[in-house]
Design a protein around this ligand. Structure first.
Ligand SMILES: *Cc1c(COP(=O)(O)O)cnc(C)c1O
Length: 432
């Protein structure tokens, strides 16, 4: 397992943020999400620096769906980032954290009437409008509330990027955004002035997730900047802000070779400068929306090893006290992870095992065929890089309670989300 951030080994034990995994297990029990605060803050600082937030007034908006406890909202505010939300629940969380609402972007392809009303009332900075239906709703709600709302249009640019490759097609099959290819966007632009309570200030696109290659972003820049020019020429609308979305890839296993935040940002910014110069437009304010690349490597999950089943000539199953309820990604899309035995670091790896969760599903496998040290029941197994789309996607399937989240920094640990209790599981039930 690659050591991330502040991870270090003392004796045979793994430490994160200067806190030993045995101490974490004894104090907080397992499963436990461990949050390396220094790593996450450093990622924020890297984005702020290399995306030229201070020099060019660009903005970095953390995509909250990756991991959004109130503690994280406060950290994001302190580091000077903006924040993306995609639902009323995320909006509520961010609001309760005291986050400046003018720095919130509200996404989603099917915001409900209640969510739109809530967003307008709370003073969300930008609505990222996905479709005509939303545009109509937003106009009528703003009219009732006598407010003017700044918006971006979400565009489907015809680029779809995946981990190792990407495709460009004229018309893309997507549930998100106004398509460029079918005239939807042109229609909306022609009519936008009729929407008196709406102020179109920007364009947004998001081309995928866990992307390692900068090329699709450069193509996206090309498309978006040309669109800015076209909209000025054809509709006399000044697009001042261009949001390029998120999706920057991170390291999970040895097959992943991510670029640094610096490399990604610099290449994108240079491309924007070049294209704007070429087509003779002024450089807009740029927004980037990283989620995974801020928090993924900053989270780890520690489990206690339970039963070990050696099936001769087939495989050895090592079961842990969590699974698809705290990390759905392996079952949902075959996501790969690394692991180690936190109390046996530095000992030769000579066992190939499969790490299984405790749910009643054969598909509840966390890692298939991974090399680990000699493993025994009671050991502490750590899976690294579970910080994004782990806790935020967790469930109570099998009525398994959600783990606690603890932040570690400078030799100290701090509980930021309590472990659920069995009572919590019943809090919504009306028994008679
Ligand atoms: C999910 C999402 C992001 C963040 O994606 P990451 O891969 O986590 O960086 C950014 N913007 C939008 C609109 C998204 O839906």
């Amino acid at each position: 397992m690659k050591l991330q951030g502040t991870m270090s080994v003392k004796g045979n034990e793994l430490y994160i943020g200067g806190v030993g995994c045995k101490e974490l297990r004894d104090k907080y029990k397992t499963p436990l999400y461990v949050f390396d605060e220094e790593l996450v803050r450093n990622n924020c600082k890297e984005y702020i620096k290399h995306f030229k937030v201070n020099e060019n007034k660009n903005r970095v908006a953390y995509a909250g769906k990756a991991f959004l406890p109130i503690y994280m909202c406060k950290l994001i505010a302190e580091e000077g980032l903006y924040l993306d939300v995609v639902s009323g629940g995320e909006l509520f969380t961010v609001y309760k954290s005291g986050f400046p609402m003018e720095k919130v972007l509200f996404h989603g392809n099917n915001k409900t009437i209640d969510e739109i009303e809530m967003g307008v009332s709370l003073g969300v900075g930008r609505f990222v409008v996905d479709n005509y239906y939303e545009l109509e709703l937003l106009q009528s709600i703003c009219e009732q509330k006598n407010k003017i709302q700044s918006i971006y249009f979400r565009i489907t640019p015809g680029i779809e990027a995946h981990t190792h490759d990407y495709i460009q097609t004229g018309q893309i099959d997507s549930k998100f955004g106004f398509a460029l290819s079918n005239g939807d966007l042109q229609d909306a632009l022609e009519n936008i002035k009729k929407y008196e309570n709406i102020n179109l200030v920007g364009l947004h696109a998001h081309i995928g997730s866990q992307i390692f290659d900068v090329a699709p972003y450069l193509d996206e820049v090309e498309i978006m900047m040309n669109l800015v020019k076209e909209i000025k020429q054809q509709h006399d609308i000044n697009i001042e802000e261009v949001d390029l979305g998120g999706g920057v890839g991170v390291y999970y296993t040895e097959s992943d070779e991510p670029k640094t935040i610096k490399e990604f940002c610099s290449e994108i910014i240079k491309k924007v400068d070049d294209v704007c110069k070429d087509i003779n437009i002024s450089v807009p304010i740029l927004i980037i929306e990283p989620g995974r690349s801020i928090v993924a490597n900053g989270g780890s999950t520690i489990y206690t090893v339970g039963s070990i089943k050696d099936i001769k000539d087939v495989r050895t199953y090592v079961s842990v006290d969590g699974g698809m309820t705290d990390n759905i990604r392996p079952s949902l899309y075959q996501a790969g992870y690394e692991c180690s035995i936190a109390n046996k670091m530095g000992i030769d790896k000579n066992n190939k095992v499969t790490i299984a969760g405790k749910c009643c599903e054969s598909g509840d496998i966390l890692i298939t065929d991974v090399d680990v040290m000699d493993i025994e029941s009671g050991d502490i197994l750590i899976m690294s890089s579970t910080g994004a789309y782990g806790y935020s996607m967790s469930s109570n399937y099998n009525k398994i309670i959600k783990p606690a989240v603890v932040s570690v920094k400078d030799g100290k640990s701090k509980l930021i989300c309590k472990r659920e209790s069995f009572e919590d599981l019943l809090r919504l039930e009306i028994a008679d």
